[in-house]
Design a protein around this ligand. Structure first.
Ligand SMILES: [Fe+2]
Length: 141
């Protein structure tokens, strides 16, 4: 596996794990049922994506990282729920940009490309609903 591709896939793997850890914490603190459901769905997607990335890296001859990205600790330290959601959205935007960088390195039409395209769509969608949720929360505070 190309070293640059392996590196960026590992960065994404660590980020998805960080997403799972951050969402785990947030889910326990959210009172609103709709928001909690959205976060729980997102958590499942991030966990499945981490597993898929790990497999893809290994199947293509790379070495999957065992680390969790720094993003989870940053969100935990951000204070109020609205602030933490804002950081979560920014984190997802960052991941979406990294996915685009990874797509430029992945062999077109293969399983890595396929997974990255799904990741790109999901992260764009999450950023959109996250923003809408955030506006709704701000209005009810
Ligand atoms: Fe993510």
């Amino acid at each position: 596996m190309d070293a640059a591709l392996e590196q960026i896939l590992n960065l994404l793997l660590e980020s998805e794990r960080a997403g799972v850890a951050a969402l785990d914490k947030l889910i326990g603190e959210v009172g609103n049922d709709d928001l909690r459901r959205l976060l729980a769905t997102s958590r499942e997607d991030e966990a499945a994506s981490a597993v898929a990335l790990e497999l893809l890296i290994r199947e293509h001859g790379g070495a999957p990282s065992a680390k969790i990205g720094p993003f989870a600790a940053k969100i935990a330290a951000a204070g109020a729920l609205a602030e933490r959601l804002k950081l979560l959205i920014r984190g997802e935007e960052w991941v979406a940009r990294k996915v685009e960088e990874a797509l430029a390195l992945a062999p077109p039409g293969g399983p890595i490309d396929d997974h990255l395209r799904r990741m790109a769509n999901r992260h764009r969608f999450e950023v959109e609903w996250g923003r809408a949720e955030l506006i709704r929360i701000m209005n009810t505070l």
